[in-house]
Design a binder for this molecule. Structure first.
Ligand code: S2G
Ligand code: ZN
Length: 474
């Protein structure tokens, strides 16, 4: 039984069923439920149905039907998104891409591999390691996050300092456009200026311009030595000073993530972890280095030279490194265990991070003295994940206050998680009117029927939003 008021017409259901493998159009409420809410619990709604295409051709057939019948659709991969862009708002067809499991042979010479939409980051990492290479992006949600979902949001993670965001890892793309036509640029040719760079436009478009069905991923050398250091520090100013030293002195630097005492306490509570050091420190920096010559000396020397480390632990074996990273990578899950958080993934200029971090704490305290503020993120990218527990999840005033502060710093209201639904009405804080108008015109040109993830990324009322026809799909 599909959701009341969201029924697709019998003809639409029949057409969709004919386009998919048997049993891969879900309408039963229980079966759809698993695709309808995000991991923070803040976003979601009833889908009119869930389509589970097996390959690009079936994705194209489903999109063609949606275009013909004005059925809005939400592409979904691992559903690890945090801004509400990968779950229905109410009435959309979820197009789940998890069955597109293509994992091509690694091209050792080009150091590239073609990956289907449903392949997870962890699967790709294993595949690359087996070929003696590595993936230039990593983050805590690797077991569930899919490569094409990461392409759609231009994901970042902890290695962006060395390798860039998802955009820099992609050498080609295959995607289904709003009319069901297939854009295929998977040759992996690196220098290709023949016309507009449509793949670049689709990366980070959050499913609003096309449904990405495969990408050609550029792989990176798998260095023989990886070393991780966890450093206890007196505050963010010291973390920044240490980062500056590392940046100058440590050529093998791959990433520098930070977290605070609140976040560490939550992770320890949530997972029963022992403290990393005897004493608790206000701020912690996780430093990742990778090289073919053991970088431990270089790293230890720089930490020593900085003269600001209050405690430090090193690890060069995968188990020891995972233990140190766990304090950082479990932040998201541990905060979510404390309630429905206000999550603001923002970025400011690197030198501004300490002042911004102090100001955002004061701002939130003035708004709600009982609120708990947990800050963590990627210092080397100026990327701060502001998490607030306490204020009513539906009270957006704290979110707006933080995003307005980011705008005063000339930063971005979305560093790596995308705009989604959560921030669409705040886009003007980081983008000019001219830019937003240009985006609206692009959206209308590529998706005139506004069926691709409608309401995501762009503010309401632009030329792309049309009076909605019924979601019953005609
Ligand atoms: C991180 C994951 C999601 C979040 O931990 O780096 O990108 O905001 C985040 O907690
Ligand atoms: Zn992050």
């Amino acid at each position: 039984m599909s959701a009341p008021g969201l029924e697709l017409s019998d003809e639409a259901l029949a057409e969709l069923r004919a386009a998919l493998d048997p049993g891969h159009l879900l309408v039963d409420r229980e079966l759809c439920a698993g695709f309808e809410h995000d991991i923070t619990g803040r976003f979601g709604g009833a889908a009119c149905a869930v389509a589970r295409p097996a390959d690009t051709a079936q994705v194209a057939a489903v999109v063609r039907i949606c275009a013909k019948r004005a059925i809005p659709l939400v592409p979904q991969g691992g559903n690890t998104g945090l801004v509400g862009g990968g779950v229905p708002r109410g009435g959309e067809l979820v197009v789940w891409l998890g069955r597109l499991q293509q994992l091509g042979d690694v091209d050792q010479v080009a150091a590239q591999v073609i990956v289907g939409a449903g392949v997870t980051l962890e699967q790709l990492q294993r595949h690359a390691h087996a070929a003696g290479l590595d993936v230039g992006i990593d983050h805590g949600a690797r077991a569930a996050a899919t490569i094409c979902g990461m392409a759609a949001t231009n994901a970042g993670g902890g290695l962006a300092l060395r390798y860039g965001t998802m955009r820099a890892q992609i050498a080609g793309i295959e995607a289904v456009l709003a009319d069901g036509s297939i854009l295929r640029r998977l040759s992996g040719v690196l220098k290709d200026n023949a016309g507009y760079d449509l793949p670049a436009l689709l990366i980070g478009s959050e499913g609003t311009l096309a449904v990405i069905t495969a990408v050609a991923v550029r792989l990176v050398p798998a260095h023989r030595h990886r070393v991780t250091a966890l450093v206890g520090l007196a505050g963010m100013e010291d973390a920044l000073a240490l980062f500056a030293t590392l940046r100058q002195r440590v050529g093998s630097l791959v990433g520098t993530d930070f977290f605070d005492a609140c976040g560490l306490a939550r992770v320890r509570d949530h997972r029963g972890l022992r403290a990393p050091f005897e004493r608790a420190w206000p701020v912690y920096l996780v430093i990742e280095c990778a090289a073919d010559v053991d970088p431990t000396e270089e790293l230890a020397g720089a930490v020593e030279e900085s003269g600001i480390a209050l405690d430090v632990a090193f690890a060069d074996d995968s188990q020891g490194r995972a233990k140190l990273w766990a304090y950082r990578e479990l932040q998201n899950e541990s905060v979510a265990a404390g309630g429905v958080p206000h999550k603001l993934d923002v970025s400011v200029r690197i030198p501004d991070v300490p002042r911004f971090a102090a100001e955002v704490r004061d701002l939130i305290a003035a708004f709600d003295a009982t609120a708990e503020v947990i800050l963590y993120g990627h210092l080397g990218d100026g990327n701060v994940h502001v998490n607030v527990l306490g204020p009513d999840p539906d009270d957006a005033r704290v979110d707006v206050a933080v995003l307005e502060l980011v705008a005063r710093y000339g930063g971005s209201i979305s560093a790596e998680h995308g705009v989604g639904i959560a921030k669409r009405e705040h886009l003007h804080l980081s983008r000019s009117r001219a830019e937003i108008d240009a985006m609206q015109r692009l959206k209308h040109a590529l998706d005139p029927g506004d069926i691709l993830n409608p309401g995501c990324v762009l503010p309401a009322g632009g030329s792309a939003t049309r009076p909605r026809q019924s979601a019953t799909g005609g």
